[in-house]
Design a protein around this ligand. Structure first.
Ligand SMILES: *Cc1c(COP(=O)(O)O)cnc(C)c1O
Length: 380
């Protein structure tokens, strides 16, 4: 069977591909060499490899898996999610306009704002989960790039990617989607017409909270993509071979992890929704989510592992609930096998995030243990 004919589960289980014929190992080897031999004719011994800033087998293997998972044309991995985002925005010409979704991952907003100010790029911030508002932003004039994040973190809003594609076409922009909180298992934005999909592979794709990384996958070749490829090789924001190998190793279980996490998340969300101390639960898998129908269409395999809930009470009471948790770890980040709880207002008090909000990233533990932990922390 050709790799292109395999289902994602099979592709992932064997991520990195073939056995290592030199040793007979069934996992890919790590080649840490920064430089590669040339023969007496001065031609590279292996034409694919001359120097590690441009060429590394483990990096290429990870990129091949991610390209096929997202059904794209090509992928580039970076040493962090933010490095991937920065590489994309550096390809926007000075003086151009970008349209950026409001209320997304704070690190992204902060970096893009500073970058645009420095580079005379005009930045329009808009709630892109409201299709009318996005259309209106596009009607203001041409743009080079539209950046959306779905589901958004920590507000859990859903952007209609097919609609956003049309909006992007109307103003001549490329559409880029941060799909970190969905994963390639639940959503494939390129299939819906997006031009570029980005993931922080630090999160669920690696899934073990032990390696930073990011990826851009493009739907088609093009000038902007060439500029990004050239910039990565030249500026050197490359992932090292050990990290790429860990990423491949993490990806082997991606499908089963995401399915268990979605299952646990839905049970957790239902428990919270019924709890008298909980004012609201924001989880796209709940019928009460205002965009539940869209979320199910766009993420048919499950609506993710990330949720926020509002406690009936004060900031101090929300912190007390988080403080009592024993199974959920109190830490930032998301998408790992271990469940995490976070009081976002402590981290980003200036973004309008409610003081009584707790964000959960649900892991692969037994759901009864997660629910019991929440129950004891909330007081049954
Ligand atoms: C974590 C995250 C990023 C940034 O990725 P890093 O790997 O931490 O640099 C970007 N977008 C979203 C949605 C994230 O969760």
């Amino acid at each position: 069977m050709k790799p292109g004919d395999m289902h994602p589960e099979t592709l992932l289980a064997q991520a990195g591909g073939a056995v290592d014929m030199a040793s007979g190992g069934v996992v890919p080897p790590i080649q840490p060499s920064t430089t590669f031999l040339r023969g007496p004719d001065y031609q590279p011994v292996n034409p694919a490899n001359t120097y590690a800033r441009d060429h590394n087998d483990a990096v290429r293997q990870a990129e091949a898996v991610l390209t096929r998972l997202e059904r794209g044309h090509d992928a580039l991995v970076f040493p962090s999610g933010m490095a991937a985002i920065a590489a994309l925005f550096r390809a926007v010409p000075g003086g151009a306009r970008v349209i950026v979704q409001s209320g997304i991952y704070w690190g992204t907003t902060k970096w893009i704002r500073e970058f645009c100010a420095r580079r005379q790029v005009v930045m329009s911030e808009v709630d892109a989960s409201d299709a009318g508002a996005l259309d209106a932003a596009c009607a203001q004039g041409p743009a080079a790039l539209i950046w959306v994040e779905t589901p958004s973190n920590p507000w859990l809003k859903i952007v209609d990617i097919a609609r956003a594609t049309k909006a992007a076409q109307s103003c001549g922009a490329l559409l880029a989607v941060d799909s970190t909180a969905a994963s390639p298992i639940l959503s494939n934005p390129l299939n819906l017409g997006a031009d570029v999909v980005m993931h922080s592979t630090t999160k669920v794709i690696n899934g073990h909270s032990d390696v930073l990384g990011g990826v851009l996958v493009t739907r088609a070749p093009g000038e902007m993509w060439d500029a990004i490829v050239n910039d990565r090789a030249g500026a050197g924001a490359v992932m090292g071979p050990f990290e790429a190998w860990l990423l491949l190793r993490g990806m082997r279980t991606l499908d089963v992890r995401v399915r268990r996490m979605c299952d646990n998340a839905l049970k957790t969300a239902r428990f919270l929704e019924d709890h008298p101390r909980v004012e609201a639960v924001w989880y796209p898998g709940l019928e009460s989510h205002p965009q539940h129908v869209l979320a199910r269409e766009q993420m048919p395999g499950g609506q993710g592992f990330l949720m926020s809930f509002l406690l009936r009470g004060t900031r101090e009471e929300a912190l007390q609930v988080a403080g009592k948790m024993q199974v959920f770890h109190r830490a930032t980040s998301l998408g790992g096998v271990e469940s995490l709880v976070e009081h976002r207002h402590t981290i980003e008090p200036h973004t309008g995030i409610p003081e009584n909000l707790l964000r959960l990233s649900v892991g692969i533990e037994n759901s009864a243990d997660l629910i019991a932990d929440l129950g004891q922390a909330l007081g049954q």
